[in-house]
Design a protein around this ligand. Sequence first.
Ligand code: CTP
Length: 398
Amino acid sequence: MLSGKNILIGITGGIAAYKICELIRMFKRANANVRVICTKNALNFVTKLTLQNLSQNEVGVEEFELDEYKPEHISYADEADIMLIAPATANTISKIAHGICDNLLTSVVCAFRKPVIIAPAMNCNMWENPIIQKNLQKLSSIGYKILEPESGFLACGYEGKGRLCSLEKIFEETIQILNSTNSNNQKKYVITAGGTIEDIDPVRYISNYSSGKMGIALADEAYKNGNETILITTVDVERPYKVIKVKSAEQMQDAVNKEFDTADVIIMAAAVADYRVKNKSEQKIKKTCDDELTLELVKNPDILKGLCEKKQNEMSKPRDVKIVGFCAESENLLQNAKEKITKKGCDFLIANDISRKDIGFSSDYNEVTILKKNGESKKLERASKQEIARQILKEINE
Ligand code: CTP
């Protein structure tokens, strides 16, 4: 099942370390090549000899061993198709979240550019500590897959959440990610996010409440699935994939159009301002004695419509780019969405109701209906934006 796949397992110092011996056997039985790196503390719970025998490979612990020319953390990172850290202690999780590289394991994960699965295991009070939760959220938002621990009796004597999730879960998740990152299926995703900013003068602008979270979640998901990913956004974000920062609708249109010819999927999740100021002032507009100030607005280009027209004009070419629009409505959601998909001419339209406080703008949750060109639609129930992103990508790739 995993023949030709290289799995790198990082073990940190928790009692669940002994369970990883069985996990290594599961991967070996599936014909994977397994390499193991440990923190020094992990070796208090499991021996190097055991891990070496089970993985049939040298086990890495120390960072600076001089018997090879290639820097070790880079060669481990280059070789593996996936890295999983199990059990991951609160200490290692927090170090990774802050880019600290003070041992071989944390240095390798910092240099690792392919999918990483983290399976935490710790005392329940440590798990509930907001600092640890914040660090996990940070890692999850960057694209690390966190497999939450289970509840039950803990080795430290407590009862609560903190037990390493099942080995079957880690095994299946690894297989699922490896299958979805099969390079034969790799596509180029271009995704926009955030509200555009239209200057009035050097100190004022017109914009909207879009946080960019949905678009960023989509880009994270596309990247995690092994795709070439380009995020074009008005929001400041750092990601391991290419991020192009833009401000206005016109800049966003330029950036998207440059990628059009090579893109397989374009998702317009950005909230593009429909209008911009006609004569934006180069200098700060001063207050006058008049009680009113009138700003003249002109229409911005409709980026999504322009892309769909471009695709229409290239119908004779074999390349098929999928174009996905979003539709933010505060009333008559489905009726407006149906009209919009026809008007814009896109392949899919993701409709969301921005009047609800528990989903949409700024929220970490969403509930959407996916409309297809052929009139079919599918509702995705309220879930985290990451989960909604996963389901949207699944739907548009079916
Ligand atoms: N969109 C775009 N260019 C614009 C306006 C919107 O590309 N100038 C895209 C958005 O990124 C989104 C889709 O069009 O994918 C629908 O955006 P929405 O704001 O819901 O619709 P509008 O076309 O702006 O229509 P209205 O504001 O009247 O609902």
